[in-house]
Design a protein around this ligand. Structure first.
Ligand code: ZN
Length: 345
């Protein structure tokens, strides 16, 4: 089978499309014939550095994936031909967090494309617990973007922030797939959504996905000033952000008293001023979040079907062209998910 593997770190030179044996399925696993994948910032991180992530080289990249069951145990919940989405984690199923349904906090869990071979291959062997039913309303490329971006956005907006109808939410960096998914989810919850970007064109496009108000990020206090204009000097109930240091002061200052801030990334740096006085005087709540649980995945797919939401795919690259896809992601020019076409649906 063909697989996109990195043999080292430091850019596309270390990334190769290799012909390797199809993995052999062990009991308890499903062999999935992959149809589609999607790119995430962590794929770039693995390609460029991988520091702090325990892994052996070469390793197949990829956390997002959707495909068709090729083989599973007799009597398991799946049979050959079933369309599935890959849940990106491989939790241990026995630690204290797994036992209470918080497997996203698993102390011994592994993640596809980080600690173990990932989804950017023609076949993937996954523990049966990491195979999720594909929503019939989505094609394989759309479904693949549920694995990371949509699951991450769902946990941030619904589980952590508990965003409610009528509340106002500020979502930073609308070009990213997590931010766009968060906007679609928040809008479907009947919240008022405000989105930011440095790119006026992306802001215009965001309106079709539920953005009620848009703010062009021109640095300094431009975002907070506009938020206060839009909200009548009140501030927003919830902030969803994954940019980190560059926007953190604005994110904190945009919140109403008692407001909730959820972060899942720090692409511009992870050590902004904590602004503790503002935190306790205004009684703000800050949540860290990453990925999500399988119960959240199931809740999310139910919500997607009910509200007829469709993940937005920016551009699709063939598996053989993954280097170009990663370069596009790195450029920040995308709007939504960059898809990877792997096989026939
Ligand atoms: Zn566990």
């Amino acid at each position: 089978m063909l697989a996109a593997r990195i043999h080292g770190h430091g850019g596309n030179e270390a990334l190769r499309l290799d012909e390797i044996p199809t993995p052999e399925r062990k009991p308890g696993e499903a062999l999935i014939r992959m149809v589609a994948g999607g790119l995430n910032r962590v794929d770039l991180y693995m390609r460029n550095s991988g520091a702090g992530i325990t892994h052996r080289l070469p390793i197949i990249l990829g956390l997002d994936g959707a495909g068709v069951i090729q083989e599973a145990d007799e009597g398991s919940s799946f049979r050959a031909g079933d369309p599935v989405v890959v849940y990106p984690g491989q939790p241990c199923e026995t630690c204290e967090f797994c036992r209470k349904g918080e497997e996203v906090l698993c102390t011994r869990g592994r993640i596809f494309g980080e600690q173990v071979d990932g989804t950017f291959a023609e076949y993937v062997c996954a523990p049966i617990g990491s195979a999720m039913r594909k929503p019939p309303s989505l094609d394989f490329l759309q479904a693949a973007s549920l694995s990371v971006a949509w699951l991450t956005a769902w946990r941030m907006v619904v589980t952590k922030a508990r965003l409610r109808k009528g509340e106002t939410v500020l979502i930073f960096g609308i070009g990213g797939s997590v931010s766009l998914a968060a906007t679609q989810i928040a809008s479907a919850l009947d919240a008022r959504t405000i989105v930011t970007s440095r790119d006026a064109n992306k802001l215009e496009r965001a309106r079709a996905f539920g953005a009620d108000e848009t703010i062009q990020d021109e640095g300094g206090s431009s975002i907070v000033d506009r938020v206060m204009e839009i909200t009548g000097k009140r501030g927003v109930d919830v902030v969803i952000e994954n940019i980190g240091k560059a926007v953190w002061p604005s994110a904190m200052r945009a919140l109403v008293r008692g407001g909730r801030l959820v972060t899942c990334g720090a692409t511009t740096g992870d050590d902004p001023s904590a602004d503790l006085r503002r935190l306790f005087i205004r009684q703000l709540q800050i949540f860290g979040s990453t990925l999500g649980n399988r119960s959240e995945f199931a809740d999310m797919t139910g919500f997607i079907a009910e509200k007829d939401l469709k993940p937005h795919i920016d551009e699709v690259f063939a598996l053989s062209d993954i280097a170009a896809g990663l370069d596009r992601l790195d450029s920040g020019r995308q709007f939504g998910k960059i898809g990877l076409a792997i096989g026939d649906g």
